[in-house]
Design a protein around this ligand. Structure first.
Ligand SMILES: [Zn+2]
Ligand SMILES: [Zn+2]
Length: 169
């Protein structure tokens, strides 16, 4: 194992890569990668490691090694500094690191995750359409069910708000 390989292992581990992925990238066996990591405090759960070491990565490796595959980067003197060796690596890295946000659908109330988008109100297109255009039908359906003492499966958020806000009238 040479210095370049050691540096790559460290960089990739700190970014949360698994042993298999690293050994494939630098051409060593999985066991020797793992052995090295154990000896150097780079074992443990990848994602945690990446979180803890965000600063180290930024200071030590950013603009030196590709954020995604650990390949050495050549920086141009002019222009923006590169973080990835290629467009593919940029895309792949961003795909794996997009933040996910949790929302509650305004129509059906179901919890859903959204990758990379901070503002979403509905879990899918159908709920969006229903919430915008089906209000009357929904109200009718809910009213009928209540009259027949049937269980109401879902109460649209706007109707719930309406019912709660009018309780004292
Ligand atoms: Zn790369
Ligand atoms: Zn929904």
């Amino acid at each position: 194992m040479n210095d370049e390989q050691r540096q790559k292992i460290k960089a990739m581990r700190l970014q949360g890569f698994g042993y298999k992925r690293i050994s494939d990238a630098i051409g060593l066996t999985r066991d020797s990668v793992r052995g090295y990591c154990r000896k150097n405090g780079l074992d443990g759960y990848g994602k945690e490691l990446a979180k803890e070491n965000k600063k180290v990565i930024e200071e030590e490796f950013l603009f030196i090694l590709c954020c995604n595959c650990g390949a050495p980067l050549e920086q141009n003197k002019l222009g923006r500094k590169r973080k990835y060796c290629s467009m593919e690596c940029k895309r792949e890295w961003e795909k794996g690191h997009r933040k996910s946000y949790i929302f509650h659908c305004e129509y059906c109330g179901k919890e859903f995750k959204s990758l990379g988008t901070k503002k979403r109100k509905y879990c899918n297109q159908e709920c969006y359409t229903k919430d915008r255009f089906w209000r009357e039908e929904d109200a009718k359906e809910v009213a009928m069910k209540i009259l027949e003492f049937k269980k109401v499966n879902h109460l649209p958020k706007w109707l719930k708000d309406l019912l709660i806000s009018n309780t004292e009238v």
